[in-house]
Write a protein that binds this ligand. Structure first.
Ligand code: DC
Length: 233
């Protein structure tokens, strides 16, 4: 998506955190924001997905918290901006596309629910954001990873709208799926991500809430930019 021109204040060293369920528009919004601000974009879900991809590849089941924790502590996960794309590598392998397959999507909630896995991955995320200048998005960036964030936002949308968005995303990646499959998958992940024991998806008390069901991405970004303008006044 081309970068719209926003009349943005100069913002140094801030942390902006966005949480919300699958398909709420976090990734696109966070990416546009990060590019507009000249900040790093941190897709925390992609890190859990990369770990899941790797575990499935080497035969570690999503239920094995002990092995997954060891794996999470020992793999190297890196983001690289290449041709305006935010690519992700695990142990040197570019897995940007591979982490979006239905197999990985089905397994990632279970992998990311293990406490040891979360501790290892969250430690890396905190390190990436330690100097600020970051827009992070996920399920626990406003509550656990960056509780000190300067701006916290919780994005939401109806299940049907989120499924429709996911269907479009999958189409672009050439993954064959249906609207009904996406509704099922979103409901299952919402349930799993919101009810797990460690760091469940929840709205931080000091997060701004926005329902994006009837908003375009441009409107979402604009809405956040207006908050940022108030923040730095
Ligand atoms: O945002 P996403 O759909 O790519 O995230 C994939 C999964 O990763 C999601 O179902 C739950 C998990 N996740 C998490 O537990 N904590 C985060 N901060 C981000 C994602």
């Amino acid at each position: 998506m081309p970068l719209p021109k926003y009349n943005l204040p100069r913002l140094k060293g801030k942390i902006i955190a966005l949480d919300g369920p699958a398909g709420s528009g976090k990734s696109t919004t966070a990416q546009l924001l990060a590019r507009s601000l000249g900040y790093v974009y941190l897709d925390t879900g992609a890190m859990y997905r990369a770990l899941t991809y790797f575990a499935l590849k080497i035969g570690v089941p999503p239920s094995d918290g002990v092995k997954l924790t060891t794996l999470a502590k020992n793999v190297s996960i890196e983001f690289k901006t290449e041709n305006d794309q935010n690519n992700i590598y695990i142990n040197g392998e570019d897995v940007t596309t591979a982490i979006r397959t239905p197999e990985v999507t089905r397994a990632v909630s279970e992998v990311s629910a293990h406490r040891g896995v979360r501790e290892a991955v969250v430690a890396q995320q905190k390190e990436i954001g330690k100097n600020g200048n970051i827009v992070a998005e996920g399920r626990d960036t406003t509550t656990v990873v960056f509780p000190q964030a300067d701006l916290k936002i919780y994005l939401d949308a109806s299940v049907e709208i989120r499924a429709q968005r996911r269907l479009l995303d999958m189409g672009k990646l050439g993954v064959s799926t249906t609207f009904e499959e996406q509704v099922e998958d979103i409901k299952r992940r919402d349930d799993f991500d919101s009810n797990r024991r460690h760091s469940p998806l929840q709205r931080a008390k000091d997060a701004y809430y926005v329902d994006t069901s009837n908003m375009t991405i441009e409107e979402q970004v604009e809405w956040i930019i207006n908050l940022i303008k108030k923040l730095v006044k």
